[in-house]
Design a protein around this ligand. Structure first.
Ligand SMILES: N[C@@H](CCC(=O)N[C@@H](CS)C(=O)NCC(=O)O)C(=O)O
Length: 202
């Protein structure tokens, strides 16, 4: 298998951490997105949306969408379980993973997309979107701080995909001026804890 990667990207980082937690390593190909390589026919054959990451399988087929790649890896390498060990736990973890994707990652990504040099000229940048998304991300951080007052991790007591999604969002947040406000002590404690895992810099 080949992981088509973008080192600095939030979504590819999810997959790298997920793989590292499972002790997996595949051939990794860095795609020069800044130079436009993800818009070339060779890459669009793998993912017509031109987005990273993409996992190319040995049969030549390709899986895009970071969460779909993680689900595939979980089914072929179930241990350690990062998506739950029974139907109820799996549904709960998926609920939190989707919440972290929609309510935290997406607003932080929108702040970046609508206010960065990387995306200038690639997408129509709307400053009002960046400013709305910033407020939304901070709202989510406040909500999460309350949730984390009563448990150690996003979806419960175990480290799961929901943590990985939130952790990668907070890493991008740091780069785009959306750091966790210091008064959010539970969220800060959680971020320090997940950032100290040996896989955090995968
Ligand atoms: N929903 C997709 C989003 C992927 C995505 O937006 N990837 C960004 C990097 S974090 C990308 O490829 N950007 C390059 C571009 O848009 O030119 C996923 O979860 O994999």
């Amino acid at each position: 298998m080949i992981l088509h990667d973008l080192s600095a990207g939030m979504h590819p980082r999810r997959v790298r951490i997920f793989m590292a937690e499972k002790g997996l390593s595949f051939e990794r190909r860095e795609v020069d997105a800044a130079g436009g390589a993800n818009a070339l026919a060779d890459f669009l054959r793998l993912n017509p949306l031109g987005k990273l990451p993409v996992l190319e399988l040995d049969d030549g087929s390709a899986i895009a969408e970071s969460l779909a790649i993680c689900r595939y890896l979980e089914s072929i390498h179930p241990q350690p379980a990062l998506l739950g060990r029974n139907p109820k736990a799996s549904a709960h973890i998926e609920m939190w993973t989707l919440r972290m994707d929609h309510e935290l990652s997406q607003p932080i990504a929108l702040t970046f997309v609508h206010n960065s040099d990387f995306y200038r000229g690639r997408v129509e940048q709307v400053p009002e979107v960046a400013s709305w998304a910033r407020g939304r991300a901070l709202q989510t951080m406040n909500w999460l701080d309350g949730e984390l007052a009563v448990r150690s991790h996003i979806a419960g007591d175990d480290y799961t995909l929901a943590d990985i999604v939130a952790q990668c969002a907070c890493v991008l947040g740091k780069a785009v001026g959306l750091r966790i406000p210091p008064e959010l002590s539970n969220l800060s404690r959680w971020f320090a804890q997940v950032s100290a895992r040996p896989t955090a810099r995968a």
